[in-house]
Design a protein around this ligand. Sequence first.
Ligand code: ATP
Length: 521
Amino acid sequence: MTGLTDSVIQNQQSINQVSLPPDLEVVNMTKRFGAMMALDNVSLHLKPGTFHALLGENGAGKSTLVKCVMGFYTPDKGDVLIDKRSRNISSPRDAHKYGIGMVYQHFTSVPAMTVAENLVLSRYDNRNLINWKAEYAHLKAFMQGAPFQVDLDTPVMQLAAGQKQKLEILKQLYLQSRILILDEPTSVLTPQEADEVLGLLRNEVQAGNLSVLMISHKFREVMAFVDEVTILRKGKFAGHGLVKDLSLSDLATMMLGERRETQQLDKTALVATTPVLEIKNIHANKDNGLTAVNGVNLTVHSGEIVGIAGVSGNGQRELVEVLAGQRPATQGQIFVNGEIYTATRAEMFRHCVFALPEEPLRNACVPHMSVAENLALRTFDRPPQASCGWLLVLKAMREAAKDLVSNFSIKTSSVDAPVGNLSGGNVQRTVLARELSSDRINLLIAANPCYGLDFGAVEYIHTQIVAARNRGVAVLLVSEDLNELLALADRIVVISEGKFVYESAIADADITTIGQCMAGH
Ligand SMILES: Nc1ncnc2c1ncn2[C@@H]1O[C@H](COP(=O)(O)OP(=O)(O)OP(=O)(O)O)[C@@H](O)[C@H]1O
């Protein structure tokens, strides 16, 4: 028991009558993808009844390690020990036998099915006949006793990102997993939701019901909820320790291998600006036909960042989709540079509009196409990447991609690798590189642009957004991270139930009122 925090020792003493979750050890694990060494001889120990974080930059090997534990990947070398015995885990079903369940970075629920159907479907017992009456009663009882609730009858496609994430965690609790592996579980949650979810999981850990291994990029959450950390750097073990003994700067140094000063965001003073984006009485529906955006009006000027704050599921996703040409408005008009704008590809090109939507692998990439092809989605039909208007110049496309990969530090084995093979953070970087690299941006629409990015990348993206704004770009920044909005925006509006219910210059913004408006009061 050496090395456990005092609270963990007390925790273990107080729950020693309860059967603790299994002890999990990863020993000398190595995994290659072709020439890419994703994991190199890494070990990790998740002690029973502890909350452990796995940290590292984008592409450090965190997801690969946990996918090897889950039997999703077969490691080239190394062992998984459960209660000190080597086990053969060659599928998530095997992992489940040992009480290990995982919540992945990308949602795994079936969009067209309800929450109840998804929960039943997640089970491994594969019954041919389902007694829905009995199942439903069981599910209701489960949901009442669960740390958080999601409506059983709602189809998953109608859930906001935060609710989908809660459902992913609920699935594992429903499956009675004792070791929960979470891949960035709070990326799509508001700070309040994140604290709520992590607090509830921490209670389960303290009660001896669960051990948690969490991949995270959020130091604040690590400091507040976690007992121990293991840190990876470029596929190798880079450090381990108790959170109580480590500072933020220690964590950053272990991740990067060097000390680094944080960058300042230097916003130039706002000058006289012209309207770039004008949203007039826009209405839009959810996928189920119900109202998502209910008559919003907003103007974003050149050289200005307007932030939209809101709890996920209040219409911001649909509004961004309207602006990005992915959903029709049912009423109202949008103007860009004074001209009617319906977000066609031609209009976006003419007005230099760029968009970073939520869940970029789903909404802004073609996963089986290469990094180079994905980076060229905006430019492939124009010189120098096309000649005679239709002949693709693959060499030019690859050369442009190589520059972007280098400038935006995208970690990929080559520009020819499918973008779906990249780590989550590097998919995000790929989309950002494509959308932010043009020298003729006029309007940037960004939804949760730092989702899944490591702290260095977040700093980099924030600097890029502010630099764009300082150059005169109009920026509409939708974020569920209030701190991000307070740091970057010049003006903030709050969206609640599809309406803008608060607006203020950032200097006059009242955080308590914003919180109340976000909560629908
Ligand atoms: N299926 C795969 N095929 C090829 N390469 C892969 C595959 N999965 C991961 N990689 C590569 O292995 C490396 C480690 O990726 P991994 O997803 O484990 O990183 P990570 O630390 O989880 O990053 P992030 O914080 O961005 O999610 C990356 O360079 C990635 O491109």
